[in-house]
Design a protein around this ligand. Structure first.
Ligand code: FE
Ligand code: FE
Length: 182
């Protein structure tokens, strides 16, 4: 962010210039690259804590997708001639931490546990959807079609995961949780 501010300072008469946008693009890329890697470490724990097989397998499938998201981001970095690098994303730290709390506060083997995991996972997906949406817009503004295409592919997978989580929640989790204690 510091670099961004310096750059804004430098270009104070032309805030919306291309080099400012490119810096923002790189900052956002580093943020999501770090976030995806952090998430990749957390997902196996969420899968393991799930009660239903349906939720467990959905999370496991997203583990594989997440590995691909990391590889795609490396390809995006390559389109701008950069080696992939991350910058700590406090938002993802907090979202993963909340998921951990939910797992600690709900009973093992309960459907309330699954409802909680789905809630945490959807907050994570929405963060990713926002990030990839912004990144794709920035890539388009910078005329980087290759990056925009890669980012779109990931964006669609994040959206599908969100939809799938909603379907799982609606199909049985919330119904069963009504009759259970937390
Ligand atoms: Fe992802
Ligand atoms: Fe995701």
């Amino acid at each position: 962010m510091k670099k961004q501010q310096e750059n804004n300072q430098k270009n104070q008469n032309n805030n919306y210039d291309e080099s400012g946008l490119k810096d923002l693009f790189i900052d956002e890329l580093k943020d999501i690259y770090w976030a995806e890697k952090h998430l990749a470490k957390a997902l196996p724990k969420m899968a393991k804590a799930a009660t239903s097989e349906e939720l467990r397998s959905a999370i496991e499938q997203h583990e594989t997708e997440t590995e691909n998201h990391i590889k795609r981001l490396e390809q995006v970095f390559a389109t701008i001639g950069r080696k992939a690098s991350g910058k700590k994303c406090p938002a993802m730290v907090g979202l993963v931490e909340e998921g951990k709390e939910i797992m600690e506060e709900t009973e093992d083997g309960s459907m309330t546990r699954d409802a909680g995991i789905i809630s945490a996972a959807q907050k994570i997906e929405h963060y990713e959807i926002a990030s990839y949406g912004t990144l794709r817009t920035l890539a388009n503004q910078l005329g980087n079609n290759e990056a925009a295409d890669l980012l779109s592919q990931t964006l669609e997978e994040e959206k599908s995961t969100d939809v799938k989580l909603t379907e799982i929640a609606e199909s049985f989790v919330n119904e069963s949780a009504k009759t259970e204690k937390a």
